[in-house]
Design a protein around this ligand. Structure first.
Ligand SMILES: *Cc1c(COP(=O)(O)O)cnc(C)c1O
Length: 374
């Protein structure tokens, strides 16, 4: 017991160590921005849009205020609206579905695959109706969705595809970076994401010139030129302070992703032969481990043991979105989407970030394995 109480706490995430390594360069960029007096959609944002598009391998990247707006603006620009149905996963953060409602459409939740936790293409096929207008696959935890099959389904039924890449910056699928596969890719730069800023930020990627132009208008109040408005848009822009830090982080992103993958590989090695079901690796791509989520028996008791030992964890996700109070009117019942509901009872996300100290990894494994046995 003494060893437990004396041990160092293990945080779920440590953002300040990396901040310290970027501080000098970032503060210099902020000072330079202040001197220039260009604070929103200025030279840093323009350069970042170009660098981002190059990295993802798309024609256009449009910087917006956050990941939620990037989903909403994608759906708007692709013509999704009132009366339309959009197929998505219930095993995700709320924004993936919320934005479907925000454009006036109805989310249709289908089941997931038990290993990757991503959208099950067979379940997508089964739920297509005359009203289906789009699919929103979510590359959850950093694992790419089954984009080959999903794009085939979309092509056959003439559906738009909005990739939710909020948790998967840099993940590869068949040699392409996610965000380059669907009609649009939607990214969040919330600080905890693989590529995160020091505030809020988001990005839309697309190869379509029309979608690019439309989103650029929508993010700036539907203005085609100053004070000339042709439609209702919104204010969703990225500021220079965030663009500056994102440019610095993008330069180091390969090391950051490798750092996450290294922590994940160490966990997976340590859990081999135990009852811990470690995250599946994609067959034709890479996992970037925004979250390292395992399936375990006695999840709640194990999580409590980790909490007691001052080890940070997260329960992604405690409930399928189809069973959320707000979606009562859609009439899903417990048992409607069994693979998702079963995952909700077993999943636990463990601490993972680039540069996580080996002794912290060691401690998580030790406490978790002891709790499972106990
Ligand atoms: C974080 C997240 C979002 C929303 O991004 P914000 O920048 O917080 O608006 C959307 N979808 C998923 C899957 C996310 O993890």
């Amino acid at each position: 017991m003494h060893a437990v109480t004396r041990a160092q706490p293990v945080p779920f995430l440590d953002l300040s160590t990396q901040y310290k390594s970027l501080e000098t360069e970032w503060l210099a960029a902020i000072r330079e921005t202040g001197a220039r007096g260009s604070f929103i959609l200025g030279p840093h944002t323009q350069a970042f849009e170009k660098e981002f598009a190059e990295y993802v391998g798309v024609k256009h990247a449009i910087a917006v205020a956050n990941g939620t707006d990037s989903l909403y603006l994608s759906l708007r620009a692709l013509g999704v609206g009132k009366g339309d149905e959009v197929i998505t996963t219930p095993f995700t953060f709320f924004a993936s579905a919320e934005t479907i409602d925000m454009v006036g459409a109805t989310p249709v939740f289908v089941d997931i695959l038990p290993d990757s936790f991503c959208l099950d293409p067979a379940s997508v096929r089964a739920k297509i109706t005359a009203k289906t207008k789009a699919i929103v696959p979510v590359h959850i935890f950093g694992h790419p969705s089954e984009m080959g099959e999903i794009m085939e389904i979309a092509k056959k039924h003439k559906l738009a595809v909005v990739e939710d890449c909020a948790q998967s910056f840099g993940a590869l699928h068949n040699g392409k970076v996610v965000g380059a596969l669907g009609d649009t890719g939607s990214f969040s730069f919330y600080p905890t994401k693989v590529l995160g800023c020091y505030g809020d930020g988001g990005m839309v990627t697309t190869n379509s010139d029309a979608v690019n132009e439309h989103i650029r208008r929508l993010r700036n109040h539907g203005a085609v030129k100053p004070f000339l408005h042709t439609e209702i848009g919104m204010n969703s822009r990225l500021d220079e302070v965030q663009a500056a830090v994102l440019r610095l982080k993008l330069k180091r992103i390969k090391d950051d992703i490798a750092g996450r993958q290294k922590v994940a590989a160490e966990y997976t090695k340590r859990f081999a032969g135990s009852p811990v079901k470690t995250p599946a690796l994609p067959k034709h791509g890479t996992h970037v481990f925004n979250l390292y989520t395992v399936r375990i028996p006695k999840r709640d008791a194990v999580r409590q043991a980790l909490t007691d030992a001052q080890i940070g964890t997260s329960q992604c996700y405690p409930q399928g979105l189809h069973l959320q109070e707000v979606y009562k009117h859609l009439n899903y019942k417990p048992g409607s989407l069994p693979v998702c509901e079963h995952a909700c009872t077993e999943t636990l996300s463990l601490p993972v970030y680039p540069g996580m100290p080996p002794e912290h990894i060691e401690r998580v494994c030790e406490v978790l394995l002891a709790a499972i046995k106990g």
